[in-house]
Design a protein. Structure first.
Length: 462
């Protein structure tokens, strides 16, 4: 092999790899295993980019591969003139700690790769008609963070801008490229990821505790322990499946995303890959039950129902629901489950936060800070220091009317520019986004949730 020729041909990939590997040497002092996992992920990106000769494709696959892993690094709360206070009423909360995710790395890789592979002129063409929305939004987020001297808001604002730009690049990529190979890669990655997350979730459910996989981002949880998400059914306590996500609800959202992704890929595949897409749907439908997320389970049942009616058996339907899940839903009626009460109390508190920061918001990621004097609690007296479980209310509370309007205008422009004829599948995607957004916050507040929402958004456009 001619080393000079190799270096000349792959200078960008090798340069990015070295640039991102150096910080890992310092991170190893904090967590060796996580640093090794991050290094392996970068090696995979490098190898795939060289093999496929496409850094953009490699970056897209990198995001899909790393999506399930809640690998994050918490930044110091005091940097330069920024002074982030992670305490609410004297209680430390992770939501207020500025945090970088492995998915942020994926977004940076995607944007840098797109500029390198297609050139700055092509990038300017893509962004041209959206700059009138992107620039005001970016300036608003920057000024919002600067006036508050808040690093957490700055980091979250940067993630929102990077995600928006990445979305525009992905739309262009899917419009201009032949997709047979990328769809096959996505299908294999999705099946493998769902299977891994399903097996891990099953082991957590059966064992009643986490599996010691913190280097993959697994939450440290135990059935019945405060801070862990569990259900009491038939007088027994069961740990809900987490996989390597921060919460079972996010894992449930990941599964329902893969159900819709499987339906989309089924329509785009032939032969063996049609069967593989069906396998993706079946695995997602099976494993979602162990998350015990009622909203997501109902969504999956609804998606399956509509699909069977319109595509498979046209009117003939049968379904099977495990008895444990029946009890999980009947608890709502009997009053044995307080999660809905907690959501309502959070919403009441959220309305207060929104009213107090109506025009310019609390800053991205700072909703819990706005609850300082109005923190709701569970029936057991545990303080609910977490974002309100409603994306619209959370967005207005954190961005204010001004920032929310700028962000909604950007998304509206993207929709108007790219959505063609609506069909039953796109309405299912909209229903999924709306329902999850009405009853949870992760599509707007967590890196993994934002990527899940972004993928659903892309399915809506396609």
């Amino acid at each position: 092999m001619d080393i000079r020729k190799f270096l000349k041909q792959y200078w960008f990939q090798l340069g990015i790899f070295v640039l991102l590997t150096v910080p890992l040497l310092f991170l190893m002092q904090e967590n060796v295993l996580r640093s090794v996992v991050l290094l392996l992920s970068l090696i995979i990106w490098l190898v795939v980019s060289i093999k496929t000769k496409s850094v953009v494709l490699s970056s897209i696959l990198y995001i899909l591969i790393t999506l399930p892993f809640n690998l994050t690094y918490q930044l110091p709360t005091h940097v330069l003139f920024f002074n982030t206070d992670p305490y609410v009423s004297g209680i430390y909360t992770n939501y207020l700690v500025p945090t970088i995710s492995i998915l942020d790395l994926g977004l940076v890789l995607l944007i840098a790769s797109y500029i390198y592979e297609y050139g700055r002129k092509h990038m300017q063409v893509i962004l041209h008609k959206f700059l009138i929305y992107l620039i005001p939004l970016g300036l608003f987020l920057l000024l919002q963070s600067a006036f508050r001297l808040d690093l957490n808001s700055l980091v979250n604002g940067g993630r929102l801008v990077l995600g928006s730009i990445s979305l525009l690049f992905l739309i262009d990529y899917l419009k201009t490229q032949k997709h047979s190979n990328i769809y096959k890669c996505i299908l294999w990655i999705s099946v493998a990821s769902v299977l891994i997350q399903g097996v891990l979730g099953t082991m957590q459910f059966i064992g009643g505790s986490s599996l010691g996989l913190s280097m993959l981002g697994e939450s440290q949880v135990v059935s019945g322990m405060q801070g862990s998400s569990f259900v009491t059914l038939n007088s027994e306590v069961f740990l809900r499946a987490y996989g390597t996500f921060p919460h079972p609800n996010v894992l449930g959202g990941y599964f329902v995303m893969n159900v819709l992704l499987g339906l989309f890929l089924f329509s785009k595949s032939e032969g063996f890959y049609k069967k593989l897409s069906i396998l993706l749907i079946i695995l997602s439908c099976i494993f979602v039950t162990l998350t015990f997320s009622r909203i997501v389970i109902l969504l999956v049942l609804g998606i399956v129902f509509v699909t069977l009616v319109y595509k498979l058996i046209k009117g003939k339907l049968f379904s099977f629901t495990p008895l444990l899940l029946v009890e999980r839903f009947t608890n709502l009626i009997s009053g044995n489950d307080t999660s809905w009460t907690d959501r309502i109390n959070l919403m009441k508190s959220g309305l207060g936060v929104m009213k107090n920061n109506l025009m310019f918001g609390t800053g991205l990621g700072n909703f819990t800070k706005g609850m300082e004097n109005n923190i709701p609690s569970t029936v057991n007296g545990v303080l609910l220091i977490q974002p309100v479980h409603n994306v619209l209310l959370l967005m207005i509370a954190e961005l204010g009317i001004v920032g929310s309007l700028l962000y909604v205008l950007l998304l509206g422009k993207v929709l108007v520019s790219n959505v063609s004829k609506m069909n039953w599948f796109k309405w299912l995607v909209i229903l999924t986004l709306v329902v999850i957004g009405c009853f949870d916050h992760y599509l707007f507040s967590l890196p993994q949730g934002m990527i899940i929402g972004g993928i659903l958004f892309l399915l809506l456009l396609k």
